[in-house]
Write a protein that binds this ligand. Structure first.
Ligand SMILES: [Zn+2]
Length: 362
């Protein structure tokens, strides 16, 4: 197996390694080497907010000098992380089954697999690649595994990837609609589709021999969900997916993000966070008086200004008690809860029909 040795690649690895150590540096700025738009001031340096410290229980294992951590979950099942993203792999007598290929881990996936298979004596070639869903941030390094690898995913994943036509994400060669049992070299993974949630094609990957569930962009062990409730396309179904996940008898969860694995208490606390957010958003919608927003922007006919300022104010109000409750328990509660509240608010408006000042005119 070849590793990139040219100066550019090793320079980038050193850069990523440093970036990983400085955990507070946002991923976009770090990985793209650019500042965030709209925050640069006259001297060119961005003015960035301070946030609450990350609780120690939310932090995963330290990274090696290449910028990744690889660990055994149980038996032949392993996981790898760069502290931003996660992948899982199964070593078997007939080759490796890899689930997801996050581009930020990239060639470190090959290094991690080499390291593990050299130690346990199993063949190191990746023969099967499972896609959790079509999104490039989780499978954008899929092309690293060559043309011969068997690519397995949901039929909707294939349809979406054919539309995207991204050379880094070849479409699955094997697809399924509801259930698929993958047996390779004496090992087994159970893939299941339970309907749309974060994306229309997001699947559940269960390793029954190791009581491990991988489901991506639903549960975030130790952290609040990523911006706007994991930028999910179907919020009610994404919330239901929490229960679908908890109905599996797992003891270890691979969530696809951040630096550590999950335990069942992580799923429980995220369910509570979502329930609190919903309660708080419903309350803010009824308690916040919309009159000032209509008075300020109505006369000039700026309808969007009414929507923006009123809905933003509801989201701020809804987030306040949730941030207070979870800061110190869930990492980045103060980073993403306002965005999460806004998405909850929009879902309550458009999915549940709770329209507040924009409901049926009397
Ligand atoms: Zn995604």
């Amino acid at each position: 197996m070849t590793h990139p040795t040219e100066p550019a690649a090793s320079k980038r690895r050193t850069f990523l390694k440093r970036a990983a150590v400085a955990a507070a540096v946002p991923a976009t700025a770090t990985l793209l080497g650019s500042g965030l738009p709209g925050t640069a001031f006259a001297d060119g340096s961005p003015v960035l907010p301070d946030y609450a410290p990350i609780p120690s229980a939310s932090v995963g294992p330290g990274l090696n000098e290449d910028g990744y951590f690889v660990g055994q979950i149980k038996g032949n099942l392993y996981w790898v992380t760069d502290s931003y993203y996660q992948a899982m792999f199964l070593t078997t007598q007939d080759g490796v089954v890899l689930v997801d290929a996050p581009p930020t881990i990239g060639h470190n996936l090959l290094r991690a697999i080499d390291k593990v298979t050299q130690a346990n004596g199993m063949p190191g070639k990746v023969t099967h690649l499972v896609y959790s869903h079509s999104h490039a941030d989780h499978i954008g390094a899929a092309s690293l595994f060559g043309k011969d690898v068997v690519r397995i995913g949901h039929s909707e994943t294939r349809r979406l990837l054919r539309i995207d036509a991204d050379p880094n994400r070849p479409a699955p060669t094997e697809t399924f609609d509801n259930r698929y049992v993958l047996k390779v070299g004496g090992e087994r993974l159970e893939l299941a589709y339970h309907g749309p949630n974060h994306s229309p094609d997001n699947i559940f990957i269960y390793a029954p021999d190791y009581a491990t569930l991988m489901v991506v962009d639903v549960l975030y062990p130790g952290w609040v969900p990523f911006k706007s409730l994991a930028v999910s396309q179907d919020i009610p179904a994404w919330i239901k997916a929490h229960d679908v996940a908890m109905d599996y008898p797992w003891t270890t969860l691979v969530g696809g993000h951040l630096g550590r694995l999950g335990v069942r208490a992580d799923g429980q606390i995220q369910k509570e966070y979502i329930a609190d957010l919903e309660t708080s958003t419903r309350k803010a919608m009824t308690s916040l008086d919309p009159t000032p927003y209509f008075q300020k922007y109505g006369p000039s006919g700026n309808s969007w200004a009414i929507f923006k300022t009123y809905l933003d104010a509801v989201a701020e109000e809804a987030a306040r008690p949730v941030v207070a409750k979870y800061t110190g328990t869930l990492a980045a509660a103060d980073v993403y809860t306002v965005d999460n509240a806004f998405t909850m608010l929009e879902s309550l408006r458009i999915d549940a029909g709770i329209l507040g000042p924009f409901s049926i005119r009397p």
